[in-house]
Design a binder for this molecule. Structure first.
Ligand code: SAM
Length: 230
């Protein structure tokens, strides 16, 4: 099968078969060439049902996870969306097919630069990649219709709640462990009222930052790791 056939097969079997039916999400997943967002030596695995390494100890998420989280944002088209965790830029491209403007924040500069370059090359002039700690959001473009966090944190960052529009949705993996979380959707009903729903169990790399997990300080002879949240 060529890439287009593999992509259509992936969408039918991994996305639609598992219940992601939003036509805009399905169309975006059928359009975006995931093989362009993975390292060249892994492009043959681009439509496998899983995450793949992208360097810098990070991953491009499983296609189903991208589709399911995008659907959970309940986008209708034209929105301003904030993504935390640009990674390869793949999910940002999916969002950009539906939303009007996508701001995406990545804390690893090498990944942010690479993603911005690729997204520019592919013609996504409605995506802005920012290097920094996404747990604080990005005031400059706030408020947002939707916010999606593609790394797992210990709690819902207050800064992200503050930057949601009334009626806006925030989708984020939250959990006490560093590798297993509950995918949570927070909907801002009024200025002070936030409705929280637990969607499903997920596994994500850790959200590292001021309102996320904190890196353990290096000690000689020890490996870097993570400690509890604030
Ligand atoms: N959405 C990405 C894609 O489509 O390729 C996959 C994201 S990967 C699972 C999670 C990313 O979150 C990593 O690239 C990691 O560096 C980033 N990350 C972790 N903590 C972050 C933070 N506080 N701010 C911004 N990015 C963060």
């Amino acid at each position: 099968m060529n890439y287009e056939q593999r992509r259509n097969h992936m969408v039918d079997h991994q996305i639609i078969n598992r219940g992601v039916l939003d036509p805009a999400v399905v169309a975006a997943m059928k359009k975006i060439e995931r093989e362009k967002f993975v390292p060249a030596d892994l492009s043959d695995l681009a439509y496998r049902d899983g995450a793949l390494p992208i360097g810098c100890n990070q991953t491009i998420s499983q296609p189903y996870m991208v589709a399911m989280m995008t659907e959970a944002l309940q986008l209708e088209g034209g929105e301003t969306v904030l993504e935390i965790g640009t990674g390869s830029g793949y999910a940002a491209a999916i969002l950009a097919e539906i939303a009007g403007l996508v701001i995406t924040i990545e804390c690893v500069k090498e990944l942010a630069d690479r993603a911005q370059k690729l997204l520019n090359k592919l013609g996504y002039d409605n995506v802005t990649v920012i290097t920094g700690d996404g747990t604080k959001g990005c005031e400059k473009f706030a408020p947002y219709d939707a916010i999606v966090v593609t790394a797992g944190g210990p709690h819902v960052p207050q800064s992200l709640c503050d930057q949601l529009k009334i009626g806006g949705r925030l989708v984020i993996p939250i959990g006490p462990e560093e590798t297993f979380q509950t995918l949570v959707r927070v909907t801002r009903r009024t200025k002070d009222e936030f409705h929280r729903e637990n969607l499903c169990g997920v596994r994500f790399v850790p959200l590292i930052g001021e309102e996320g997990w904190h890196r353990r300080r290096y000690k000689s002879g020890s490996k870097p790791g993570l400690i509890t949240a604030r």
